[in-house]
Write a protein that binds this ligand. Structure first.
Ligand code: F6R
Length: 639
């Protein structure tokens, strides 16, 4: 389905093969980089067309994580291709209230940092709601914001993100379709999503000024961006659900020229992606059959082997019956496929027939390379499997890709610094670190010595956890990939130096198995960059002899989990093994109790990971497979 969409990539609404479930034109890209480039191109084309006609181009702009890559591409086109913004006028969607424009939390700051400081837009053409307007003048100020947009002839193009509440701009649930720019109280979910950036929910403003729904709907063209699986449920409700003030983004169903630009993860819950057999006739291939049978089992509450022809027909799968015939054959085939993913021998079982096992028997003692983006993803996501691999005699290497220093709080760093100071009262370097920490101006920006201390703390935590799991010190590697070492949340793009580090360690260890994080929902995108470096390295090394015998397995777990049909290897854990894994995670003390980067899930990492491992086991059991305490899941990456 996605491939087909790619070929019609960005046709305007109207020319799109809509499904009966969808009320908004949307296109799906493999990833946010490709999607962002297309959107940036549309904006650039519009700006240039207006230039040729000597007209102003009036853009409505959004902040947040979604549009960042669009702005990066526009800046690149300005710097490298001479795209000029001299004829551009911008109106931003919103600003927190109260909020000083100079604050690093302001949308004013965001827009300058990501776009305005790097292009030739005239400062007088930039409009961002002012979070410092006195309350007594707010109503007048908001009316005037809309008046200014109208005076420019309205917005030519409006860029939007979407909140998990279904907000566009800060039009939270309850917003009226006729609303203009106004003061609004933020939804608790929106505030909790913003909390990591503000060092806790208590610091997040309770209100904002937002452009209204009516103002947005008057734009001539609207493009909404959504990336990542956290947006999947709200994207489905917005595109397929009824138009309702409970999900203000559904008002976009009324707009004749709106496109949603999605990545695969954000589109995951759309009916035509999740259950295409409900939408149209399908080409039934093996993966789709597996996916649909698992779905059918979940829908009916029956285990796979109990599914009947009636169940298939009643759930839009008669086409599969027509193609494959006997439902019982399908049931057995899918059941066996899932059964064969289960193994207590993640490195292969010695002296066993391995024709239908996820891993080869030989060589029995394998060299295993486990990549961990941060120092803790290894044990959080595959602690049970790591433990087994060591116990079963494999040579397990763990490679920490980034230092993870930014996620150590200042309080933790000060605690350690003060402990050392008790023993070394004259240590001037340490005193400087303490001074730096106590006098720091920007919350997430650390000096190099402070970063080093924080990195050392995380390194020690990782070493202690692996010592507990009996991994020798000589098999623990810290890459400190340079893209991460900015001292701030914003990271540098992946560089050849990063890829070289990864490639070198692969070449040195010559692994039979590589485990890597395929978990792309982390809040700052670090896992994605780390995976890109591994996949690039693997691609560059694929002709090497040792790589021909290497299998790559992707784990998830810190942020989300593979769905059952995606799993190629399921490693069960006993209750005791779950406890060992928990203890290993506990060694990462700085990442326990009120961690700095919690993401959307308020639970601690070990609770989330355990919960996901239990859930996978329960799902297997409900399908009719054995009843395990917990399961860690892996998907094979074919290169
Ligand atoms: C930002 C804005 C919001 C965001 C939305 C999604 O100006 O108006 O509606 O677009 O909250 O935020 P991200 O992109 O951070 O997921």
């Amino acid at each position: 389905m996605t491939n087909k969409l790619k070929s019609i990539a960005y046709q305007p609404p109207g020319q799109f093969e809509e499904t009966r479930y969808e009320k908004i034109h949307n296109v799906i890209f493999d990833n946010s980089v490709d999607g962002s480039k297309i959107v940036a191109n549309e904006i650039a084309t519009l700006i240039k067309a207006k230039q040729q006609q000597n007209e102003l181009c009036v853009l409505g702009l959004a902040t947040g994580s979604s549009p960042i890559k669009v702005y990066e591409e526009l800046v690149r086109q300005h710097k490298e291709e001479g795209l000029s913004f001299e004829n551009v006028v911008t109106f931003n969607l919103d600003e927190y209230y109260p909020m000083a424009p100079e604050s690093i939390h302001s949308y004013h700051y965001f827009m300058h940092q990501h776009l305005f400081n790097h292009i030739d837009i005239k400062p007088e053409n930039i409009h961002i709601p002012n979070g410092k307007i006195p309350k007594s003048k707010l109503i007048e100020y908001c009316i005037d914001y809309d008046r200014q947009i109208t005076a420019y002839g309205g917005l030519d193009f409006q860029l939007l993100g979407i909140g998990r509440t279904g907000h566009i701009g800060f039009n939270e649930p309850g917003s009226h379709i006729n609303s203009g720019t106004r003061f609004i109280t933020l939804d608790p979910l929106t505030r909790s999503d913003a909390a990591p950036g503000f060092l806790g929910i208590d610091n997040v403003p309770r209100a904002a000024i937002t452009m209204g729904i009516k103002t947005i709907l008057q734009s001539k063209r609207i493009v909404l961006l959504a990336w990542g699986n956290a947006k999947a449920p709200i994207i489905k409700r917005t595109i397929e659900g009824p138009m309702t003030s409970e999900v203000p983004a559904t008002y976009l169903q009324k707009h004749p020229n709106t496109t949603f630009v999605l990545d695969e993860e954000a589109s995951m819950d759309l009916t035509r992606i999740k259950t295409p057999w409900l939408v149209k006739d399908c080409q039934w291939h093996n993966d789709l059959i597996k996916k649909s049978v698992v779905w059918l089992s979940e829908q009916t509450g029956k285990s796979i082997l109990k599914l009947t022809e009636k169940d298939y027909n009643a759930h839009g799968m008669s086409g599969l019956m027509a193609q494959e015939g006997d439902p019982y054959d399908i049931n057995i085939r899918v059941f066996n496929q899932i059964q064969h993913t289960i193994t207590g021998w993640p490195g292969g079982k010695p002296h066993a027939d391995d024709t239908s096992r996820p891993e080869r028997e030989k060589p029995y003692k394998k060299r295993v390379l486990i990549f961990s983006p941060h120092p803790d993803d290894d044990v959080i996501s595959m602690g049970g499997t790591l433990d087994r691999l060591v116990q079963q005699g494999h040579e397990v290497h763990v490679v920490y890709q980034t230092s993870g220093s930014i996620a150590v709080s200042d309080e933790q760093a000060l605690k350690y610094a003060n402990v050392i100071l008790q023993y070394e009262p004259d240590n001037q370097d340490l005193k400087k670190i303490i001074r730096d920490l106590q006098t720091k101006e920007k919350p997430y920006e650390d000096t190099l010595p402070v970063r080093n201390l924080k990195a050392t703390i995380r390194r020690q935590e990782a070493v202690s956890a692996l010592k507990y799991l009996n991994v020798p010190l000589s098999q623990i590697h810290f890459l400190n990939m340079p893209f991460y070492e900015t001292g701030a949340i914003k990271k540098k793009p992946l560089s050849p130096a990063d890829v070289d580090l990864v490639q070198n360690i692969i070449t040195k260890v010559k692994p039979h198995q590589i485990f890597a994080a395929g978990d792309l929902a982390d809040p700052h995108g670090t896992h994605k960059v780390c995976l890109d470096a591994i996949l690039k390295s693997v691609d560059q090394l694929k002709t090497e002899d040792f790589m021909k015998h290497c299998r790559v397995w992707l784990y998830r777990g810190a942020w989300h989990e593979w769905d059952v049909p995606q799993i190629d290897m399921a490693v069960p854990m006993s209750p005791d093994q779950v406890l060992r894994k928990r203890k290993a995670v506990f060694y990462h003390e700085t990442q326990k109790d009120g961690v700095m980067f919690q993401g959307n899930d308020p639970r601690e990492f070990w609770v989330r990971a355990e919960d996901r491992n239990h859930q996978t086991a329960e799902k297997y059991h409900r399908l009719g497979l054995a009843d395990y305490e917990a399961i860690e899941a892996f998907k094979r990456y074919h290169f």
